[in-house]
Design a protein around this ligand. Sequence first.
Ligand SMILES: NC(=O)c1ccc[n+]([C@@H]2O[C@H](COP(=O)([O-])OP(=O)(O)OC[C@H]3O[C@@H](n4cnc5c(N)ncnc54)[C@H](O)[C@@H]3O)[C@@H](O)[C@H]2O)c1
Length: 371
Amino acid sequence: MKQSTRSLGELLRVGVVGVGHLGKEHARIVSGLAGARLVGVADPNRAQAEAVAAKCGCLAFDNPTELFGLVDAVVVATPTRFHHQVAMEALGRGLPVLVEKPITPSAHEARELEQAAARANVPLQVGHIERFNPAYEAARQTGLVPRYLRAERAGKFTGRSLDVGVVLDLMIHDLDLVLDWDSSPVTSVEAMGVAVLGGHEDMAQVRLRFASGLVADLTACRVSHEPVRRMQVMGSEGSVRIDFAAKTVEVVQPSQAITSGKLDATRLTPLALQALQQDIMTTHLERVQWTCNSQEDQLTRELIDFTQSVRMGKSPRVTGTAGRQVVELAERILAAMGEHCWTGKTDGPHGPHGLPAPRGLLLPDTRRAAA
Ligand SMILES: NC(=O)c1ccc[n+]([C@@H]2O[C@H](COP(=O)([O-])OP(=O)(O)OC[C@H]3O[C@@H](n4cnc5c(N)ncnc54)[C@H](O)[C@@H]3O)[C@@H](O)[C@H]2O)c1
């Protein structure tokens, strides 16, 4: 991969395209990043571009084309439906790109970006930020071979990212992590989802089976009362529970007596069974909790990975290929979800918009008043 032509003593000139909720954070971080200089931001919302540029001390553009002529690398944080168009233009000019997740709404567009990056011989990185979560990194380093995995990701309604459904918006983070942890092919996909607010699905429930034997159950919701970002992974070696928001990992380590199959509770004397009940959680299922902190926040670490990849001409941690593979899996999930039949009859209502009409209110006015 081509190294940046900037010498090590020179600052890498970076531009950020799309400076809404997340793009303005990219701009803020790049403006303070060692070895980089934020040259400008571009956003069709001129007032937004100017406000962010004023805060970060850089130029403002309402169109990225002019900005592309002034920089060595580009961050794309537009709504997902514009990722392909903006990133293609940047890559076409030979500029390395960090594009927010999901790489594109379709695998077909993602493949085009991958090919454009290969032609230009520059890094293409995707913003799957949870890969930089220190809790995930710590869990990943335990050596656990996943046999069963369960992930839940729920957020309050933000009114953003409505150009895609919850699978491409939130579940995509966990799909990326599962593919990172188990690279064997996905052999079957079961999915159901509900479009609560019209448009795309807002809730999704998915079961994946892998050639390795791993079974993964994933839940995502973007109209939740309680935000949750958790994953539990189990295998012969034990289990880990990751809380992505709290950045904690809980490891349960089974004793040798358990892993070797020597402990058989059904054959113990009543006295021994009583003793086991007392010490099972300490002696046989020891639990350790870690709080995982890193010097920099996840977005900063992702941007450092990007600028270093550009400078050294190396592959970033989350490549365009990884981004495309996860969108391919999301497409299979959405296809399965579209076929989910709500009444058990193949000619019955299907898919995220097919949930049968309710029989009545769960909380009639009288009950609501009583509560
Ligand atoms: N990695 C994460 O955890 C994470 C979190 C939030 C959002 N995202 C991703 O970041 C992207 C942006 O999300 P957001 O929540 O910041 O959205 P947003 O709507 O707050 O911001 C998008 C910005 O892009 C601008 N824009 C629209 N079309 C444009 C174009 N053609 N060129 C340049 N700018 C354009 C808009 O004016 C707006 O300011 C999405 O792809 C989303 O999935 C990722």
